[in-house]
Design a protein around this ligand. Structure first.
Ligand SMILES: Cc1ncc(COP(=O)(O)O)c(C=O)c1O
Length: 397
Protein backbone atom coordinates (compact mmCIF):
# COMPACT_ATOMS: atom_id res chain seq x y z
CA UNK A 1 0.00 0.00 0.00
CA UNK A 2 1.49 3.38 -0.92
CA UNK A 3 1.37 6.46 1.31
CA UNK A 4 -1.65 7.96 -0.38
CA UNK A 5 -3.65 4.75 0.02
CA UNK A 6 -2.59 4.50 3.67
CA UNK A 7 -3.61 8.07 4.43
CA UNK A 8 -6.90 7.77 2.56
CA UNK A 9 -7.71 4.51 4.35
CA UNK A 10 -6.77 5.78 7.83
CA UNK A 11 -8.93 8.88 7.44
CA UNK A 12 -11.79 7.44 5.40
CA UNK A 13 -14.34 8.51 8.02
CA UNK A 14 -13.16 12.16 8.09
CA UNK A 15 -14.30 15.00 5.90
CA UNK A 16 -11.50 17.28 4.71
CA UNK A 17 -10.09 19.82 5.29
CA UNK A 18 -8.08 18.24 8.12
CA UNK A 19 -4.46 17.68 9.09
CA UNK A 20 -2.64 14.48 9.94
CA UNK A 21 0.65 13.49 11.49
CA UNK A 22 2.24 10.26 10.28
CA UNK A 23 3.66 8.90 13.54
CA UNK A 24 6.08 6.44 11.99
CA UNK A 25 7.51 9.17 9.79
CA UNK A 26 7.84 11.52 12.76
CA UNK A 27 9.50 8.84 14.89
CA UNK A 28 11.99 8.11 12.10
CA UNK A 29 12.73 11.83 11.72
CA UNK A 30 13.21 12.22 15.47
CA UNK A 31 15.53 9.21 15.66
CA UNK A 32 17.62 10.59 12.84
CA UNK A 33 17.82 14.00 14.53
CA UNK A 34 18.95 12.36 17.78
CA UNK A 35 21.58 10.37 15.87
CA UNK A 36 22.85 13.57 14.23
CA UNK A 37 23.10 15.21 17.67
CA UNK A 38 25.59 12.52 18.73
CA UNK A 39 24.58 12.40 22.38
CA UNK A 40 24.02 16.11 23.03
CA UNK A 41 20.41 16.87 23.98
CA UNK A 42 18.03 18.50 21.51
CA UNK A 43 15.82 21.29 22.89
CA UNK A 44 12.49 21.05 21.06
CA UNK A 45 11.50 24.23 19.19
CA UNK A 46 7.79 24.50 19.97
CA UNK A 47 7.09 26.99 17.17
CA UNK A 48 7.74 24.16 14.74
CA UNK A 49 5.31 21.77 16.47
CA UNK A 50 2.51 23.86 18.09
CA UNK A 51 0.68 20.92 19.59
CA UNK A 52 1.14 20.14 23.28
CA UNK A 53 0.42 16.40 23.07
CA UNK A 54 2.89 16.11 20.19
CA UNK A 55 5.53 18.02 22.18
CA UNK A 56 4.97 15.58 25.02
CA UNK A 57 5.38 12.59 22.71
CA UNK A 58 8.64 14.00 21.36
CA UNK A 59 10.01 14.79 24.82
CA UNK A 60 9.31 11.20 25.85
CA UNK A 61 11.72 9.95 23.16
CA UNK A 62 15.46 9.51 23.73
CA UNK A 63 17.64 12.49 22.90
CA UNK A 64 15.26 15.37 23.64
CA UNK A 65 15.32 17.67 26.65
CA UNK A 66 13.60 20.98 27.30
CA UNK A 67 11.44 23.23 25.17
CA UNK A 68 12.37 26.28 23.13
CA UNK A 69 9.18 28.34 23.27
CA UNK A 70 8.34 31.46 21.28
CA UNK A 71 6.36 33.64 23.70
CA UNK A 72 6.19 34.06 27.46
CA UNK A 73 2.40 33.48 27.68
CA UNK A 74 3.03 30.22 25.81
CA UNK A 75 5.80 29.24 28.24
CA UNK A 76 3.61 30.03 31.27
CA UNK A 77 0.85 27.88 29.80
CA UNK A 78 3.17 24.98 28.97
CA UNK A 79 4.66 25.00 32.47
CA UNK A 80 1.19 25.15 34.04
CA UNK A 81 0.40 21.89 32.22
CA UNK A 82 3.51 20.16 33.57
CA UNK A 83 6.25 20.78 31.00
CA UNK A 84 9.61 21.79 32.45
CA UNK A 85 12.78 23.63 31.36
CA UNK A 86 11.25 26.09 28.90
CA UNK A 87 13.49 28.65 27.20
CA UNK A 88 11.61 31.57 25.65
CA UNK A 89 14.02 32.15 22.78
CA UNK A 90 12.77 35.56 21.68
CA UNK A 91 12.72 38.73 23.80
CA UNK A 92 9.43 39.59 25.44
CA UNK A 93 7.88 43.01 26.04
CA UNK A 94 4.74 41.54 27.62
CA UNK A 95 4.58 43.35 30.99
CA UNK A 96 1.58 41.44 32.29
CA UNK A 97 3.17 38.05 31.54
CA UNK A 98 6.43 39.22 33.13
CA UNK A 99 4.58 40.16 36.31
CA UNK A 100 2.90 36.75 36.31
CA UNK A 101 6.27 35.05 35.96
CA UNK A 102 7.86 37.04 38.78
CA UNK A 103 4.92 36.26 41.06
CA UNK A 104 5.01 32.51 40.42
CA UNK A 105 8.18 30.90 41.88
CA UNK A 106 7.34 27.46 40.45
CA UNK A 107 7.03 28.87 36.90
CA UNK A 108 10.09 31.08 37.37
CA UNK A 109 12.18 27.99 38.17
CA UNK A 110 11.27 26.39 34.83
CA UNK A 111 11.24 29.39 32.47
CA UNK A 112 14.23 31.25 31.06
CA UNK A 113 13.86 34.56 29.22
CA UNK A 114 16.06 35.78 26.38
CA UNK A 115 17.76 39.19 26.47
CA UNK A 116 20.39 40.82 24.33
CA UNK A 117 20.93 44.17 26.01
CA UNK A 118 20.30 46.44 28.96
CA UNK A 119 17.09 47.75 27.42
CA UNK A 120 15.57 44.31 27.92
CA UNK A 121 16.78 44.19 31.52
CA UNK A 122 15.32 47.64 32.22
CA UNK A 123 11.98 46.65 30.71
CA UNK A 124 11.79 43.46 32.79
CA UNK A 125 12.77 45.32 35.97
CA UNK A 126 10.06 47.92 35.39
CA UNK A 127 7.43 45.25 34.65
CA UNK A 128 8.13 43.26 37.82
CA UNK A 129 8.84 46.22 40.13
CA UNK A 130 5.54 45.96 42.00
CA UNK A 131 5.63 42.18 42.49
CA UNK A 132 6.24 41.05 46.14
CA UNK A 133 7.71 38.61 46.86
CA UNK A 134 9.48 38.42 43.54
CA UNK A 135 10.96 35.20 42.18
CA UNK A 136 14.42 35.21 40.64
CA UNK A 137 14.23 35.61 36.86
CA UNK A 138 16.36 33.26 34.78
CA UNK A 139 17.94 34.76 31.68
CA UNK A 140 19.58 33.57 28.51
CA UNK A 141 21.87 35.88 26.54
CA UNK A 142 21.24 35.90 22.79
CA UNK A 143 24.46 36.25 20.80
CA UNK A 144 24.60 37.10 17.10
CA UNK A 145 25.75 34.05 15.16
CA UNK A 146 25.39 35.70 11.74
CA UNK A 147 28.18 35.67 9.17
CA UNK A 148 29.77 38.98 8.28
CA UNK A 149 32.39 39.43 5.55
CA UNK A 150 33.88 42.06 3.25
CA UNK A 151 34.35 44.47 6.10
CA UNK A 152 30.68 44.37 7.02
CA UNK A 153 29.33 44.78 3.49
CA UNK A 154 28.15 41.15 3.32
CA UNK A 155 25.94 39.68 6.00
CA UNK A 156 24.10 36.36 6.19
CA UNK A 157 21.90 35.26 9.06
CA UNK A 158 19.01 36.59 11.07
CA UNK A 159 19.04 40.16 12.38
CA UNK A 160 18.76 39.55 16.08
CA UNK A 161 21.22 40.32 18.83
CA UNK A 162 23.77 43.15 18.82
CA UNK A 163 26.03 41.09 21.10
CA UNK A 164 28.66 39.57 18.88
CA UNK A 165 32.10 39.77 20.46
CA UNK A 166 33.41 38.30 23.74
CA UNK A 167 33.90 41.70 25.37
CA UNK A 168 30.29 42.72 24.67
CA UNK A 169 29.00 39.42 26.06
CA UNK A 170 31.15 39.68 29.19
CA UNK A 171 29.95 43.25 29.77
CA UNK A 172 26.28 42.24 29.56
CA UNK A 173 26.92 39.23 31.83
CA UNK A 174 28.51 41.58 34.38
CA UNK A 175 25.53 43.94 34.15
CA UNK A 176 23.15 41.04 34.79
CA UNK A 177 25.27 39.80 37.72
CA UNK A 178 25.14 43.26 39.29
CA UNK A 179 21.31 43.43 39.22
CA UNK A 180 19.50 41.70 42.06
CA UNK A 181 16.77 39.25 41.13
CA UNK A 182 18.31 38.02 37.86
CA UNK A 183 20.38 34.96 37.06
CA UNK A 184 22.15 34.39 33.78
CA UNK A 185 21.46 30.70 33.19
CA UNK A 186 22.27 30.25 29.53
CA UNK A 187 23.57 31.55 26.26
CA UNK A 188 22.07 31.07 22.81
CA UNK A 189 23.58 31.74 19.39
CA UNK A 190 21.44 30.59 16.45
CA UNK A 191 23.17 30.34 13.09
CA UNK A 192 20.13 30.79 10.83
CA UNK A 193 22.31 31.08 7.72
CA UNK A 194 23.41 27.44 8.19
CA UNK A 195 20.51 25.84 10.06
CA UNK A 196 17.72 27.42 8.04
CA UNK A 197 19.19 27.68 4.55
CA UNK A 198 19.23 24.55 2.38
CA UNK A 199 22.58 23.93 0.71
CA UNK A 200 20.98 22.05 -2.16
CA UNK A 201 18.56 24.54 -3.76
CA UNK A 202 16.82 22.98 -6.77
CA UNK A 203 17.90 23.93 -10.27
CA UNK A 204 20.46 26.57 -9.33
CA UNK A 205 24.00 25.21 -9.24
CA UNK A 206 25.57 28.63 -8.83
CA UNK A 207 23.43 29.51 -5.84
CA UNK A 208 24.17 26.08 -4.33
CA UNK A 209 27.92 26.73 -4.58
CA UNK A 210 27.57 30.19 -3.06
CA UNK A 211 25.47 28.85 -0.15
CA UNK A 212 27.97 26.06 0.55
CA UNK A 213 30.91 28.45 0.51
CA UNK A 214 29.15 30.92 2.80
CA UNK A 215 28.14 28.13 5.20
CA UNK A 216 31.64 26.61 5.34
CA UNK A 217 33.20 29.99 6.11
CA UNK A 218 30.49 30.87 8.60
CA UNK A 219 30.96 27.54 10.42
CA UNK A 220 34.73 28.18 10.67
CA UNK A 221 34.10 31.67 12.05
CA UNK A 222 31.56 30.36 14.55
CA UNK A 223 33.72 27.63 16.08
CA UNK A 224 36.21 30.26 17.11
CA UNK A 225 33.86 33.14 17.97
CA UNK A 226 31.20 31.14 19.83
CA UNK A 227 33.98 29.45 21.83
CA UNK A 228 35.50 32.79 22.80
CA UNK A 229 32.16 34.34 23.71
CA UNK A 230 31.27 31.38 25.94
CA UNK A 231 34.68 31.47 27.67
CA UNK A 232 34.36 35.20 28.32
CA UNK A 233 30.89 34.80 29.85
CA UNK A 234 31.92 31.79 31.93
CA UNK A 235 34.59 33.97 33.55
CA UNK A 236 31.75 36.15 34.87
CA UNK A 237 29.22 33.43 35.83
CA UNK A 238 28.40 29.74 35.52
CA UNK A 239 26.22 28.83 32.56
CA UNK A 240 23.82 25.89 32.70
CA UNK A 241 23.52 25.64 28.93
CA UNK A 242 24.84 26.97 25.63
CA UNK A 243 22.30 26.54 22.84
CA UNK A 244 22.89 26.73 19.11
CA UNK A 245 21.74 25.43 15.78
CA UNK A 246 18.53 24.19 14.30
CA UNK A 247 17.25 21.26 12.25
CA UNK A 248 19.52 22.07 9.31
CA UNK A 249 22.75 22.25 11.30
CA UNK A 250 22.46 19.66 14.09
CA UNK A 251 25.57 17.59 13.30
CA UNK A 252 27.66 20.69 12.65
CA UNK A 253 26.58 22.62 15.74
CA UNK A 254 27.11 19.77 18.20
CA UNK A 255 30.72 19.38 17.06
CA UNK A 256 31.57 22.65 18.82
CA UNK A 257 32.83 22.01 22.34
CA UNK A 258 31.31 25.23 23.68
CA UNK A 259 27.78 24.13 22.68
CA UNK A 260 25.99 21.97 25.28
CA UNK A 261 22.68 21.49 23.45
CA UNK A 262 21.13 22.09 20.05
CA UNK A 263 17.63 23.38 19.25
CA UNK A 264 15.47 21.76 16.59
CA UNK A 265 11.83 21.53 15.65
CA UNK A 266 11.13 21.55 11.92
CA UNK A 267 12.78 18.19 11.42
CA UNK A 268 9.97 16.33 13.21
CA UNK A 269 7.35 17.30 10.59
CA UNK A 270 9.88 17.66 7.76
CA UNK A 271 8.06 20.37 5.78
CA UNK A 272 8.80 21.28 2.19
CA UNK A 273 11.58 23.85 2.85
CA UNK A 274 13.65 21.13 4.51
CA UNK A 275 13.90 19.04 1.34
CA UNK A 276 16.88 21.04 0.14
CA UNK A 277 19.74 19.96 2.41
CA UNK A 278 22.54 17.55 1.51
CA UNK A 279 23.32 16.59 5.10
CA UNK A 280 20.06 14.82 5.88
CA UNK A 281 16.77 13.65 4.47
CA UNK A 282 13.51 13.30 6.32
CA UNK A 283 10.07 11.86 5.77
CA UNK A 284 7.14 14.24 5.29
CA UNK A 285 5.17 13.66 8.50
CA UNK A 286 2.63 16.50 8.74
CA UNK A 287 0.17 16.78 5.87
CA UNK A 288 -3.21 18.35 5.27
CA UNK A 289 -6.00 17.05 3.09
CA UNK A 290 -8.30 19.21 1.01
CA UNK A 291 -11.38 17.93 -0.81
CA UNK A 292 -11.80 18.12 -4.56
CA UNK A 293 -14.97 20.16 -5.04
CA UNK A 294 -14.95 20.96 -8.78
CA UNK A 295 -13.57 19.67 -12.05
CA UNK A 296 -13.37 22.85 -14.12
CA UNK A 297 -11.96 21.14 -17.22
CA UNK A 298 -9.71 18.35 -18.49
CA UNK A 299 -6.53 18.11 -16.43
CA UNK A 300 -7.83 20.46 -13.75
CA UNK A 301 -9.47 20.02 -10.36
CA UNK A 302 -10.33 22.57 -7.70
CA UNK A 303 -9.85 21.93 -4.00
CA UNK A 304 -11.58 23.82 -1.20
CA UNK A 305 -9.14 26.10 0.70
CA UNK A 306 -5.38 25.82 0.40
CA UNK A 307 -4.04 29.35 0.70
CA UNK A 308 -1.81 28.69 3.69
CA UNK A 309 1.46 30.38 2.81
CA UNK A 310 4.37 30.18 5.22
CA UNK A 311 6.09 33.17 6.82
CA UNK A 312 9.27 34.64 5.38
CA UNK A 313 10.03 36.41 2.11
CA UNK A 314 6.86 35.99 0.04
CA UNK A 315 7.26 33.80 -3.02
CA UNK A 316 6.44 30.41 -4.46
CA UNK A 317 8.79 28.59 -2.07
CA UNK A 318 6.46 29.59 0.78
CA UNK A 319 3.38 27.92 -0.72
CA UNK A 320 2.20 24.48 0.33
CA UNK A 321 3.27 21.66 -1.95
CA UNK A 322 0.50 19.64 -3.63
CA UNK A 323 2.01 16.32 -2.60
CA UNK A 324 -0.27 13.34 -3.27
CA UNK A 325 -1.24 12.31 -5.84
CA UNK A 326 2.06 13.37 -7.38
CA UNK A 327 2.04 15.53 -10.48
CA UNK A 328 -0.26 18.39 -9.54
CA UNK A 329 0.70 22.06 -9.83
CA UNK A 330 -0.89 25.43 -9.13
CA UNK A 331 -2.60 27.46 -11.84
CA UNK A 332 -0.18 30.37 -12.37
CA UNK A 333 -2.89 33.05 -12.17
CA UNK A 334 -4.43 31.78 -8.94
CA UNK A 335 -1.78 30.03 -6.85
CA UNK A 336 -3.01 28.71 -3.52
CA UNK A 337 -6.41 30.35 -3.09
CA UNK A 338 -8.26 31.81 -0.14
CA UNK A 339 -11.25 29.49 -0.48
CA UNK A 340 -10.50 27.45 -3.57
CA UNK A 341 -7.32 26.22 -5.22
CA UNK A 342 -7.30 24.98 -8.81
CA UNK A 343 -4.68 22.33 -9.49
CA UNK A 344 -3.45 21.30 -12.93
CA UNK A 345 -1.66 18.25 -14.22
CA UNK A 346 -1.91 14.69 -15.37
CA UNK A 347 -2.98 13.44 -11.95
CA UNK A 348 -6.09 15.66 -12.10
CA UNK A 349 -7.62 13.34 -14.73
CA UNK A 350 -8.10 10.59 -12.16
CA UNK A 351 -9.48 12.73 -9.35
CA UNK A 352 -13.23 12.84 -8.70
CA UNK A 353 -15.31 15.23 -6.63
CA UNK A 354 -14.96 14.19 -2.99
CA UNK A 355 -11.44 12.76 -3.44
CA UNK A 356 -8.63 14.23 -1.36
CA UNK A 357 -5.48 16.01 -2.35
CA UNK A 358 -2.71 15.80 0.25
CA UNK A 359 -0.50 18.85 0.77
CA UNK A 360 2.68 19.62 2.69
CA UNK A 361 3.13 23.02 4.32
CA UNK A 362 6.32 24.91 3.42
CA UNK A 363 7.16 25.27 7.12
CA UNK A 364 6.40 23.13 10.13
CA UNK A 365 4.34 24.52 13.00
CA UNK A 366 2.44 27.17 11.09
CA UNK A 367 0.23 24.40 9.71
CA UNK A 368 -1.22 24.08 13.21
CA UNK A 369 -2.49 27.66 13.13
CA UNK A 370 -4.93 26.47 10.41
CA UNK A 371 -6.27 23.34 12.07
CA UNK A 372 -7.78 22.58 15.47
CA UNK A 373 -6.48 19.04 15.55
CA UNK A 374 -3.84 16.68 14.25
CA UNK A 375 -5.07 13.19 13.42
CA UNK A 376 -2.30 10.78 14.35
CA UNK A 377 -1.86 8.03 11.77
CA UNK A 378 0.19 4.89 12.33
CA UNK A 379 0.46 2.68 9.28
CA UNK A 380 -3.03 2.75 7.79
CA UNK A 381 -4.82 3.40 11.09
CA UNK A 382 -5.96 6.58 12.77
CA UNK A 383 -4.81 5.99 16.35
CA UNK A 384 -5.63 9.27 18.10
CA UNK A 385 -6.73 12.84 17.48
CA UNK A 386 -4.89 15.52 19.46
CA UNK A 387 -5.43 19.28 19.64
CA UNK A 388 -3.08 21.85 18.15
CA UNK A 389 -2.37 25.03 20.12
CA UNK A 390 -5.23 26.60 18.18
CA UNK A 391 -7.46 23.68 19.11
CA UNK A 392 -6.80 24.49 22.76
CA UNK A 393 -7.80 28.08 22.10
CA UNK A 394 -4.19 29.27 22.13
CA UNK A 395 -2.99 31.50 19.32
CA UNK A 396 0.21 33.03 20.63
CA UNK A 397 1.42 34.46 17.33
C1 LIG B 1 16.51 30.57 18.20
C2 LIG B 1 16.22 29.49 17.24
N1 LIG B 1 16.82 28.29 17.40
C3 LIG B 1 16.56 27.27 16.57
C4 LIG B 1 15.70 27.40 15.51
C5 LIG B 1 15.52 26.23 14.59
O1 LIG B 1 14.25 25.74 14.51
P1 LIG B 1 13.91 24.61 13.44
O2 LIG B 1 14.68 23.39 13.82
O3 LIG B 1 12.44 24.45 13.57
O4 LIG B 1 14.32 25.11 12.10
C6 LIG B 1 15.06 28.63 15.29
C7 LIG B 1 14.18 28.82 14.14
O5 LIG B 1 13.85 29.89 13.70
C8 LIG B 1 15.32 29.69 16.19
O6 LIG B 1 14.73 30.90 16.03
Amino acid sequence: MDDRQRYDRATAELDPPFAILDLAAMRANAADMARRAGGKPIRVASKSVRSRPVLERILAMDGFRGVMAFTLPEALWLVSTGLTDVLVAYPTADRRALARLAGDPAAAREITLTVDGVEHLDLIEAAVAGVRPRAEIRLCMDVDAGYVALGGRFRAGALRSTIREPEQAAALAADIAARPGFRLAGLMAYEAQIAGVGDDPPGNALLARAVRLMQARSARDLVVRRGRVVRAVREVCDLEFVNGGGTGSIERTVREKAVTEVAAGSGFFHPRLFDFYRRFTGRPAALFALPVVRRPGPGAVTTLGGGYPASGPAGSTRLPQPYLPAGLRYAPDEGAGEVQTPLLGQAAHDLRIGDRVWFRHAKAGELCERFDALHLVDGDTLVETVPTYRGEGKTFL
